[in-house]
Design a protein around this ligand. Structure first.
Ligand SMILES: Cc1cc2nc3c(=O)[nH]c(=O)nc-3n(C[C@H](O)[C@H](O)[C@H](O)COP(=O)(O)O)c2cc1C
Length: 370
């Protein structure tokens, strides 16, 4: 596909209702498997300078797909072929659930932003696990596949650990890493799970369950990460980082969407008044600052995944330099099109060459000082 074709496709998509456009994009990725395979060496052009070995997994590019784009695990094979270095499937809940009533996805084109209140619409852990397992057979996904899990809406907060355990038991065999999402603004009360007590209960239970399952199947320990909200005060991000260390987690993902409406150039856009989480460039500064807070606190002990407002290679570079080893995109895929992973990866390689940097790991944390 030429860049002009991508622009044309985008223009057509923007004439559609946002959720229908998203579904059409996913269907095209599913159906376009053979074409994607044929083009995949062009789409995923890169060299070893951007590859990293993290959590015992090989990430060929630091640019991944953020959770919530492929909630149903319908395009698991497509992401690596499209040039992404990894993908997070989900959020998946223990039971299937329809999510909030539509409309629940809104574009703010002047800011290249999105407001959503999807509410974890998904097929549930059992169906999603089967779908991911099918996709991973044979040639498989080619890149690490993480599964993002969250609490079912019907489950009370004090039973959240059981709900996560039920999902985990079903999804463990198909996930390279697991992200626990306690930061969506669209399930009532969910973000309360970011406090120390709830996080300890959920992540402690998952870690113990993994250890007990490993006694029977001798798999490697599952890398667990926790995904946090940008609206947490810095002190709570630091506390969550400390706790992640205490619980032996692999890392933290920063950040989810924000309930704030700061940083909009057109705050009078009616979509800004919709209830839900805001993503895209207006989130960039806060998400970047949260990564720096976490990276300083973690001091290299945890993997930091940076997400929020990353639209191009310079945004990705800043997030890596602020201490993220991996970055993810969601809103950028809508506004910059399906070549975004390729564009960012090649842009990072160009800048590394220009700045005399031999390997992407030298960029990670380079802005944090000694
Ligand atoms: C429509 C939509 C649905 C999302 N669904 C989820 C989700 O199910 N789970 C999750 O952890 N994050 C979800 N997110 C948040 C993204 O993964 C990401 O953290 C956020 O959008 C910021 O990145 P961006 O600015 O690149 O979009 C969703 C975002 C959008 C726009």
């Amino acid at each position: 596909m030429t860049v002009d074709a991508a622009a044309l496709l985008r223009r057509a998509a923007f004439r559609m209702d946002p959720e229908r456009a998203h579904e059409a994009a996913l269907r095209a990725l599913q159906a376009g498997g053979p074409a994607l395979s044929a083009a995949s060496s062009w789409l995923s052009r890169r060299d070893g300078s951007v590859g990293q070995s993290l959590m015992g997994l090989e990430f060929p590019s630091p640019v991944g797909l953020a959770a919530g784009y492929d909630k149903y695990g319908r395009a698991v094979r497509a992401w690596g072929r499209l040039g992404f270095g990894f993908a997070e499937i989900g959020t998946v809940t223990a039971r299937p659930q329809p999510g909030n009533p539509k409309p629940r996805l809104f574009r703010l084109p002047a800011d290249e932003a999105i407001v959503n209140r999807m509410g974890f619409n998904n097929d549930g852990a059992a169906v999603t696990a089967r779908r991911i397992a099918d996709a991973r057979r044979g040639a498989g996904a080619g890149v690490p596949i993480g599964v993002n899990i969250g609490k079912s809406k019907a489950t009370p907060l004090d039973r959240a650990a059981d709900d996560h355990l039920a999902s985990f038991r079903l999804l463990r065999g198909v996930a390279d890493f697991v992200v626990v999402n306690v930061s969506s603004p669209n399930t009532p009360g969910l973000r309360e799970l970011q406090d120390r007590e709830h996080l300890t209960a959920i992540l402690g239970a998952l870690r113990d369950e993994d250890a007990s399952m490993r006694r029977h199947d001798a798999r490697a320990p599952m890398p667990f990460l926790v995904k946090l909200a940008p609206d947490l005060p810095d002190a709570q991000i630091e506390d969550a980082v400390d706790l992640a260390g205490e619980l032996d987690l692999a890392g933290v993902v920063l950040t989810n969407t924000t309930i704030a409406r700061d940083g909009l150039s057109h705050p009078d856009d009616p979509a800004a008044a919709e209830q839900g989480g805001l993503s895209g460039p207006p989130l960039r500064a806060r998400a970047g600052a949260a990564v720096r807070v976490a990276a300083r606190r973690a001091a290299g002990r945890l993997l930091i995944v940076g997400v929020g407002g990353i639209m191009d290679a310079d945004d990705a570079w800043d997030r890596l330099a602020g201490g993220a080893s991996l970055v993810e995109v969601w809103t950028g895929l809508v506004y910059r099109g399906p070549l975004i992973a390729r564009d960012i990866t090649l842009g990072l390689m160009d800048r590394m060459r220009a700045e005399g940097v031999g390997h992407i790991s030298e960029v990670v944390g380079s802005d944090l000082g000694a």
